[in-house]
Ligand binder design. Sequence first.
Ligand code: CP
Length: 292
Amino acid sequence: MNNLIDIKSLSADEINDLIYLAADFKQGRFAHYSEKHCALMFFENSTRTKFSFECAINKLGAHPYIFDGSKSLTSKEELFDTINNLCALGIDTFIIRTGEENLFGELLKRKYFKNVHFINAGQGKTSHPTQALLDYLTMIETAGNMRGKKVVIIGDIKYSSVAKSNIELLSKAGAQVITCAPAYFREDIKGVCFEENLNKALIGADIVMCLRIQNERLSEAINRDDFIKNYQINIDNFPSKAVLMHPGPVNRDVEIQSKLLDSSIGKTILKQAQNGVYVKMAVLEKIFGGGG
Ligand code: CP
């Protein structure tokens, strides 16, 4: 694997390989890549993705370099030139979060000082492949094989990179995906059923995945109270046999009621964060080419 840009470029076998490898790392697999150097370039805020990559790089004995996107030199030069210079310094892997929808497409067209690898750590509203992989590992651990299972994705579908990558992955895994959202967050996606009524959508759900309302991406005002009344998951409407998930960060008492979040049902969300480290170790090992 040379780069990880999106889920649609991975076959079902490649996805399963990554999940098995992540599970191996969780069980204590050891690998050491002291000759590998990784730049973390986050042009949008991140806690889970950024720290879990840094943690994964350290656990693998490789070297993380934090590039401060907010004070970056990209105001002085093109991002391509920054990357090419870092490449000349000896950095081989670039882990990037961006709000630009086709940044990786543009970066991959360029020729670099030597061979480099790119990993998408969240791109705008279109793709977040490592989140989908860690979500898939968490689903398998909590609900078993996902073929034929019902996954209900609720809330801000329109602006969510997590929803898009999860839908691509779950379709390859043979799961049934339903999206549920108010009109202002609705986005119709090929092969995915939409249900506007939350209680109807939740019937028979194996996984209930809530999404963060991405206030920073909204171009229109939304009625928060209306969203809470009609789309919040709480102690009363949560289907007792289902697994509750959320990519984080959670807007407490908006997408999920605090009482439910802080109950044993909410613990899966921390398992997602934990699995993020092992999935990133697996992705990095594939990118590094193994043998560490
Ligand atoms: N789920 C996720 O991407 O969280 P961060 O924005 O904290 O990385």
